[in-house]
Every structure is written in C-alpha cells, then in structure tokens.
Design a protein around this ligand. Sequence first.
Ligand code: ATP
Ligand code: MG
Length: 630
Amino acid sequence: MRVSRLMLVTLRDVPAEAEIPSHRLLLRGGYIRRISAGIYAYLPLLWRVLQKISTIVREELNRTGALETLLPQLQPAELWQRSGRWAGYTAGEGIMFHLEDRQGRELGLGPTHEEVITTLAGDLLRSYRQLPVNLYQIQTKFRDEIRPRFGLMRGREFIMKDAYSFHADEDCLRRTYADMDTAYRRIFERCGLRAVAVEADSGAIGGSASQEFMVTAEAGEDLILTSPDGRYAANQERAVSLPAEAVPLIGGLRQSGAGEALATPGQTSIEALCRAHGFDASQLVKVLLLLARFEDGLRQPLLVSLRGDQELNEVKLANVVSARLAGDHGALLGVEPLTAELLRQERLDLDLSALPLGYLGPDLEDALLASQGLVLDNVDSRAGTAGAATLPERKPRLERSFLRLFDPTATDLEAFICGANRVDTHRVGASWAGLGLTPGADQVVDLRAAQPGDRCQHDPSQRLEAARGIEVGHIFQLGRKYSEALEATFTNEQGIDEPLWMGCYGIGVSRLAQAAVEQHHDADGIIWPAAIAPFSVIVVIANVQEAGQVALAEQLYGEIQRAGHEVLLDDRPERAGVKFKDADLIGIPWRVVVGRGAATGRVELVRRADGERQELAAEELVAALNRQMP
Ligand code: ATP
Ligand code: MG
C-alpha cells in the first residue's frame, strides 16, 4: 500500500477531546475519527489492526472447538421482557438503545446477546447428544453508555467478540470455561499485551463465577487489587480482604449498652467527630441512608451500617439488594443516597428534614419513614416508559420500613460510638444488644470496599497492592439463569427435560486495539506489537525528487511484498523529517529509509520499538527482515 493512496491525515497538535495517550495517538495517527460522542469511524489503518486481532481471536477460539456465527443486532423487546432485563436495560440508567418499528413494536439494539442465543439454543438443542456447543460472533455492539469516553475504550458503538456455550451439566460448563480461560490468555499474549486475570463481579449479566482480563495501564478505569505472592487478584468491585483491627473503645461498654449521650454540635462527618473528641474512626458505626429503585415501582429505603473507617462497596450492595428483592419487584434500577433531590425526582412524600441526617444510628426507627405531612404530587407522570408491559405497577411507592444491612466490621464491634438519631448528639459506648438490635444472619453481609494495603484473606502477612487495568475480556459461568427464564431446555440421558447450563465470554476487540496502544507507545507515537500492527514495514523515500531513491524504494517495496511482509511505501512529496515523524507516530515496527545512500545501494533499517538503526546493502534487506519476522 502506498501512503499517498491511504487517505492518511496525521495531526501534529494534541486533539482537545482526548484525555489519555492512546486516544490522542489513535486520533493523531489517522486511525480513528470521532463522528459523535462514543461513535467513531475506524479508518483503514485501524481496520487492519482490528482484523488482525479478530484473526487471532478466531484462531484461538476455533482451536477450542467453538463455532463462528452471526446474530441479529435488532432484537425484539419481547425476548428481553421474558428474561426480565428489558426494564433494567432501557429505563433509568439502562444502556440499551431502543426504538419502535413502523408497526409500533419495540426493539433494542443489541448490547449483548444472551436473550437471542438462548432462545435459539432452546429451539435447536433438544438432546444431551447435541451438547456441548460453543458459539461466537465478532460484531458491533451498541450501548448508550452514561459516560462514553477515552475513544474506543468506552464507546457507544464498538466491536465485541461474544461467545455463548451450552452444556448438559455444570462440570462440562466448567471445562469449557477453563478452555476459554486458556484461549483468552493465548489471545492476549499473541496480541502482545500484558494482561492479568482477576476475579470479577458478574454485574447485570448475572451468574456465578466470573473472571476479567485486565490490561494493566495507568489510564485503566478499573482498580485491581493483587497479593504480592500472585495468589489473589480481583477487581475492587468484588475484592475481599481483612479489615485493620479496630481500636478498642476506652471505657468499653457503658452499663446499659445503649451508650451515653455526647453533645456533638455540627459534627456531622466522621472526621469532625474524631477531631473534636479524639476518637478513632474504627470506633464508630456509620449509618448510610440510601434508596433502591425497582422496576415495579418499589422504592426501598436502606439503612447500611459500616465501621466508621470503612468504605461502602456499591457493587456489593447492589448485588445484595437485588438478590433480596428483584425476584418480587423486577430489576433493580439503581441504588442512590436518599436525598431531597432524589425524593423530588421520584415524587415521593417523605420529609427528609425530619431525619437527623449526620446523626443517624443503626436503630433509627421505621416510624420516621411515615409521611410527615409534606405530600408531593404522587401521580404517575412517567407512565408510558418503555417496557411497561412486563409488570403492572410502575408508579413509585415508598416502602415504609428500612431494609437494614450490616457489614461485619460493624457487627463485630462490641462497644462503639454512633449517632443518637437526634440532631447534634451521638452515643458513646453503645452495643448491638443495648440498642435492641440483633442483626439476623441474612442481614450481615460483606459490603465493604477492600483497599490497597489491606491484609489478604488467604495469608494475612500479604498486603493488597493496587494497579489500574483496562478490562479487555470477561468470562462467566452463567449457570441456568437465562435458560430457566427463556425456557431453553434439553432432554437429559434419563429422558427428563431440564434447563441448559450456560457460559458466556466477551472480548472488547476495539477496546483491545486501543489498550495495546496504551501499553505500547512513547513520546513519538505508537509502538504496535508486531502481531497486530497494520503493516510490518514502512519504506520511506527520503526525497521523491531523486529518481535513484524512487527506483530503489519501488524495487524494495516489491521485494518485501513478495517475501510475504505487509509493507507501506511512503511515496508522498513531503520532507523526509515529516515522513519519519509520521512513521514513528503510526508505529509501524520496521522502517526502511531509502535516502542518499541509495546512490551506493545502501539503505537504513530502523526498529520502531527502540530506535536501533542499522545500515545495510539493499540486497541484504529482505533477508534481514525475514530474520526479524520469521
Ligand atoms: P465495563 O465494565 O467496562 O463497562 P462490561 O462489564 O459492561 O464492561 P461486558 O458486558 O463484559 O462489559 O462486555 C465484554 C467486553 O466488551 C468487555 O470486557 C470490554 O472489553 C468490552 N466493552 C464493554 N463495554 C464497552 C464499551 N462501551 N466500549 C468498548 N468496549 C466495551
Ligand atoms: Mg465486565
């Protein structure tokens, strides 16, 4: 390919829209152009990279016995209503683009394909004799991300490889999951990426075991916690650890166990309270007031107790709340701090000023949730939201008792300080029994965020270390969640019908391309790993006015092509310096410079990764390249 025919437009200036190096470099190097927020054109150079990645993905998946297929991107709402995901994916913060066709039927643009594939599997897979099956596709996905950013990292339209496996039993699912794990490691390694596998939260996709593959990079959106011995690695969303020991409360338990009142005027934050009285944050129980919103209109107030020095893990909380209530109330639409603003949006009649915010104790009475007279218009003004068909009642209605949840760091405290449920007052030396609270086993759940520096559960002498990662792949053991919901069954060896066992496996192909740049670049530009570079070699004619240079370059260009290497010829009438800069920017692994030396048949070979140069005779060039790229 000749650079003059490539429509190559490189940018000298750093584009204002790009915040991270890989995004800047892909824009500057003429790989992508932004069409709209989170929507990019993949220009010819990038398309070659994407195809190389796809080829590696195909080779490794085919090797496991997976079959390539292609499923529709337009998906009927009905399928998503049957799985119970339509509302969660379309209402509130849902990320599915959805539309109505000319007959008024609702459709969604596929953000993922569990519904479609499970329905197909239910139709096609009738007997255990047909199992296992693993189907994959490489295709554009659509997600109306709340914050599309960083170019291809979080797009609203992006390329994904997704695979779905079906099994007669859980053991078989585990074997395929392990094969996919191996395939993924090979894929990332072949793409030249340093990736680590971490325990992951299963999120809205659902299911049990799941693992993410993270490309480690400063710009990564995910926080990974790992143990120095390499035995533990998890996404912070999911990570567990041992909390630091709490500092015992001097004086311990007061007689009644209900604690003694302490005047704490204006001390509504843990820092203020500790500063004023010399407390340690680990001696406090903090109480968070939140609201969970469900598809059927239920608005469940939550009271979460955590030790004062701990942070809430919102992902863990959402999982617990959803597991508890989604069965009866449809999808969990969100969990947010209960604020006046939220109540207004939801048109709920609760007067927050009656709640002693900043002074809440775990024993806050349900009675406070009763209406205090401020009645907002509670008429449903939001009817007609897509998906209303699934569950009858959608009007927000406030549950009048708290769902109380306790992190073990809080319940493990024998004596503690907490709010007195009265403005400007705390209690010192309270105990759970003294407050009249005996949290049930199902109310005590791990809700705390593990932090770097925490001791590891598997070995307390190890401390968690933090790294940032870009999630490029995710594999799940889904179990039977979708096959049950969509009634995808097969007949087992005993002749009995049962739901299929399922796994699903994603790779963000376009995100991976950018992650490779994030991991492999320098001040001058991209340094593509050889296996996914758009071209392997670029022949630069230093001066196209020199017939000798042109002739030799053309000859070498042909020879390199015939030797089977993908080669670019920079034949543009630009200054040599401009062309060298562009070659560095677009990151082709090998640069051949045909300049003054052409007169004596000498050329220069430069390695992009470290700038190492070697001068050699033109006739030795192909052999030298063959040695580098066997
Ligand atoms: P994230 O946590 O980053 O939002 P996810 O958990 O929603 O991702 P999956 O549903 O597991 O993602 O999708 C499979 C893969 O697709 C991810 O591992 C990621 O590499 C890629 N991916 C997901 N969302 C996007 C996006 N908006 N833009 C580009 N790639 C994406
Ligand atoms: Mg994921």
